[in-house]
Structures are given as structure tokens and as C-alpha cells.
Design a protein around this ligand. Structure first.
Ligand code: ADP
Ligand code: MG
Length: 464
């Protein structure tokens, strides 16, 4: 399968070649032809599987093909310009985007815009801008005044501009909801409904989500028409290029010692450490800096400028350890991230999947370690049920927990994993692994009764 065979415009193929993309990913191969036909779709596929291009390439293709036609009509800006030249008082014309991409976070929005610039590098007349909370209004007004074809926005700020008449969706052709499940988690449902209601009935709608279960599936059905459902890989995706494991810890000081040890792994290039709270992210980043790691925190309380600087530092390799909360870490795509450490377990099982997806980007290998308190065994179980995989428990020499793992997980011994299976282990790695015995009953994890856990996937483990 090639990008040419998907029928994409020559200028897009050129950009993809320059970006080093040789073949479409699975989700791209399925979504692009249908999207070019104009179909609505609901897509769930693993993080890092190339969803951005799956919706952006067909959209750009459409605009490029329109661009090949002789242009009729004038853009609001051309009109505004000629109004000025006629000596009329310039009036602000609302932006009339052709495409809107809604994303849960600012980082993800910026990433989508950057990818769009890359994919559209050889196209004339296509401009994508991000409209984000935390960005100064005058700057946003300037961006909107350019009447961009593509708006990438977080819901809250977009609503502000809609309400003040700065955006007119009457020309909108394509609506994309990226990471829709996360937008709902973040409480954007009313904003989304409002935005959708302001767009034309005849639009094309594409929704992307980690899961199509529950609330997000219901919303997807409401806002799409005759949607093609693409489920490349469910939550069961094995993440085979990511080596996952659990280390049991007795207490906070054990956890901190373990973290320091893990971060000194010589195979580590860059790491993301996930914490449950913003305050912990700050505290741990400070502590790691004092300990000599180039660490920085990233969380939702930081200003946009500070967040961007941190992400730049991470991309440029100046920051080796990013200590982040779930919200802030969404969408981080830095190939140098070799390790993910769950200092705290995530609140939702699906966040576990997003977290570990920060490593092993673009086909590389990665390591994802969870530091787990004995009292959290149930939470581990829920994650394992969600990913339909057992996460092996490992013990590091000199860092053994006082309580053995098997007393913490009496009925829950991971099987099927041997040290030799560890595709990432390198000779001389200092950690040694002691996988638990295989399940005695020989049963597979999947055979057990699925006690309605699909519903439970939206349930937090409890506030911390
Ligand atoms: P998702 O949204 O599914 O998590 P992204 O769209 O962020 O995934 O893409 C993940 C990474 O894969 C990005 O670095 C992107 O540039 C890269 N990528 C996407 N499609 C391809 C492709 N066809 N070939 C090579 N790399 C790709
Ligand atoms: Mg994405």
C-alpha cells in the first residue's frame, strides 16, 4: 500500500516523502479513502498510530483539489481589503473556516497545527491556525483575521470567539473531534454540543477516540451520519514494542529511591514521569533537579509560554526527565523518550495506555514502569483488564519490597513472560527480572468473566 494508491494530491505526496513517510499506517489506509469520499467516521486506534494524518491528509487533499479549480468568489479578507481601498472604515469580518479540529489540550492542538503545516507544505492557500486558551486575544484576532481554512482549537476558547462573532461556521465542510474521549473526561461535552450545533448539517464529521464505548460512543452516534466505524486496535492493543513492568514499593521513600535508580538506567535517553497531582509534579521535578537530573515539570497550572518552553526543551534534549500530569502530557510526541515511569498510577485505565504511548514512538522500543503500592493492586488489575494483558512484576536487586508481590496479588500471577521475551533488555542492563510463576491453572487472562468492566473504564480509581 502506498500513499499514491490512496489517490492523494501530488503536493501532499511530496510533503509526505519529505517527511520520510513511506507507507500509510493501518488507520490511514482505512480512513483516508473513505474520508476522501466524504464519509463520516468514528475511529479508535492506538496512540502513535498516525491518526492526525488519517484525518488531515484527506482534508488537505480536498482543499488542494478545490485549489486546482478556478477560484470564484472572494474571501472575506479580500473584501475587507477592497473596502479599505474604497476608503470605507475597515470592519472585522468573521473568519469562515472550512475545517475545524477540536482537541482536548493546547499541546495537542499545536501538534496538529504543526503536522498540518508539514503535510500542507507544498500547497498554496491553505493555512491552519490554533485557537487556544492561554494565548493572548490580540494574537488570536490577528490569526483569525487571516481567515484560515483550518482552525484547530480547544473547545473553551473557541466558544468565546464564536460568542463574540469572530467565527462564522457557515462555510464549514469538515469537523474533526480528536481524542474525543479525553474531551468528555475534561467536561467539554456542553461546549462540544454547542460548537457542533453551530456548524452546517451537511458537514463531514470524523471522530477519533481511544474507545468508542459508553458516553463517547453515544455522542459519536449523535453527531455523525452513517459513520464508518474503524477500530484498528482496541484497548487490547499489546504495545509489543513497549516493555511494561511493575515494581512494588513499600512507602514514599522506597518509591523515590526506586525512581532515582530507574532514571539512572544507562539505556535511558529521555523519560516522562507521571504523577497524580500538579503539586507532586513540581516537587518531584525540583527534587530530581537537586539530585542532578535535567528535570522539568509540566502540568495544567503552567502558563502557555512556560509549557511551550518546557516542551521545546524536551524536544531539543535539554530536558531529560519530564515530570507531568496526565492532562499536560497528552499528545507529547518526542522520539527520544525511552522510558515512562508511572510514579502514581493513572486515574483511568485508558490513561495508562496514553501514558505508555509516550514512549516507543514511530516504531521504536520503549520501557514503561509502574511504581505500585501494595494497596493499589486492584487498580493494577483494572488496568490489566483494560489492556487485556498482565503486566509482569519485577524486582530490582537492592530495591526489593518488604512485602513480596505474591502476597499483594494473591490470585494474580502474570504468566507467559520470561526474561528472554524482553525485547528491550540489553546486555549489561543493571536491573534483573524475577517474573512470577506462570498461572497454575494455565488459564488465559481473557477467559475470565468480563464483569462489565467496560463501564468501569470511565470510573476513576479515586481522587488523590
Ligand atoms: P496518534 O494521533 O494516532 O497518536 P500521530 O498522528 O500523533 O498519532 O502520529 C504519531 C507519529 O507517527 C508522529 O510522529 C507522526 O509523524 C508519525 N507518523 C504518522 N504517520 C506516519 C507514516 N505513515 N509513516 C511514518 N510515520 C508516521
Ligand atoms: Mg493523536
Amino acid at each position: 500500500m502506498t500513499f499514491e494508491s490512496l489517490g492523494l494530491h501530488a503536493s501532499i505526496i511530496k510533503a509526505l516523502t519529505e517527511s520520510g513517510y513511506t507507507a500509510p499506517t493501518g488507520v490511514q489506509a482505512q480512513a483516508i479513502p473513505a474520508a476522501i469520499e466524504g464519509r463520516d467516521m468514528m475511529v479508535s486506534s492506538q496512540t502513535g498510530s498516525g491518526k492526525t494524518a488519517a484525518f488531515m491528509l484527506p482534508a488537505l487533499h480536498k482543499f488542494a483539489s478545490e485549489g486546482d479549480q478556478p477560484q470564484t468568489g472572494r474571501t472575506p479578507n479580500q473584501e475587507a481589503q477592497s473596502a479599505r481601498s474604497r476608503g470605507d472604515r475597515p470592519r472585522f469580518k468573521p473568519a469562515q473556516p472550512k475545517m475545524l479540529v477540536l482537541t482536548p489540550t493546547r499541546e495537542l492542538a499545536l501538534q496538529v497545527t504543526t503536522s498540518t503545516d508539514k503535510y500542507g507544505a507544498f500547497m498554496k492557500r491553505v493555512k491552519a491556525v490554533s485557537i487556544l486558551g492561554g494565548m493572548p486575544y490580540p494574537k488570536q484576532m490577528q490569526l483569525l483575521a487571516k481567515n484560515p481554512e483550518i482552525l484547530v482549537a480547544t473547545p473553551g476558547r473557541l466558544i468565546d470567539h464564536m460568542e463574540s462573532g469572530k467565527i462564522d461556521f457557515s462555510q464549514l465542510q469538515i469537523l474533526v473531534l480528536d481524542e474525543a474521549d479525553r474531551m468528555l473526561d475534561m467536561g467539554f461535552i456542553d461546549d462540544i454540543e454547542k460548537i457542533v450545533a453551530a456548524t452546517p448539517e451537511g458537514r463531514q464529521t470524523m471522530l477519533f477516540s481511544a474507545t468508542l464505548d459508553g458516553m463517547v460512543g453515544n455522542m459519536a452516534k449523535r453527531i455523525t451520519k452513517d459513520a464508518l466505524i474503524i477500530q484498528i486496535a482496541s484497548s487490547a492493543t499489546k504495545h509489543e514494542n513497549i516493555k511494561q513492568c511493575i515494581h512494588f514499593v513499600d512507602d514514599l521513600s522506597h518509591k523515590n529511591r526506586m525512581l532515582d535508580h530507574l532514571l539512572r538506567d544507562e539505556t535511558l535517553d529521555q523519560a516522562v514521569v507521571f504523577t497524580a497531582t500538579k503539586r507532586d509534579a513540581d516537587t518531584i521535578a525540583d527534587r530530581l533537579n537537586i539530585a542532578g537530573f535535567a528535570a522539568a515539570a509540566l502540568h495544567g497550572d503552567m502558563h502557555q509560554g512556560a509549557r511551550n518552553r518546557t516542551l521545546d526543551g524536551l524536544r531539543r534534549g535539554q530536558i531529560r526527565v519530564l515530570v507531568a500530569t496526565d492532562v499536560a502530557a497528552r499528545g507529547i510526541d518526542v522520539p527520544g523518550i525511552t522510558h515512562v515511569v508511572n510514579y502514581d498510577l493513572p486515574k483511568f485505565p485508558e490513561d495508562y495506555v496514553h501514558r505508555i504511548g509516550r514512549t516507543g514512538r514511530a516504531g521504536r522500543n520503549g520501557i514503561a514502569v509502574s511504581l505500585v503500592n501494595h494497596a493499589e493492586s486492584m487498580n493494577v488489575k483494572r488496568i490489566e483488564r483494560f489492556i487485556k494483558q498482565l503486566i509482569p512484576v519485577e524486582v530490582i536487586e537492592g530495591y526489593e519490597p518488604k512485602r513480596s508481590a505474591s502476597t499483594s496479588r494473591p490470585n494474580h500471577k502474570p504468566g507467559g513472560w520470561k526474561p528472554g521475551d524482553n525485547r528491550n533488555s540489553k546486555p549489561g542492563q543493571r536491573t534483573f527480572s524475577k517474573p512470577n510463576a506462570p498461572r497454575k491453572d494455565g488459564s488465559s487472562f481473557n477467559k475470565g468473566p468480563r464483569t462489565g468492566d467496560a463501564g468501569a473504564t470511565r470510573r476513576p480509581f479515586g481522587e488523590r
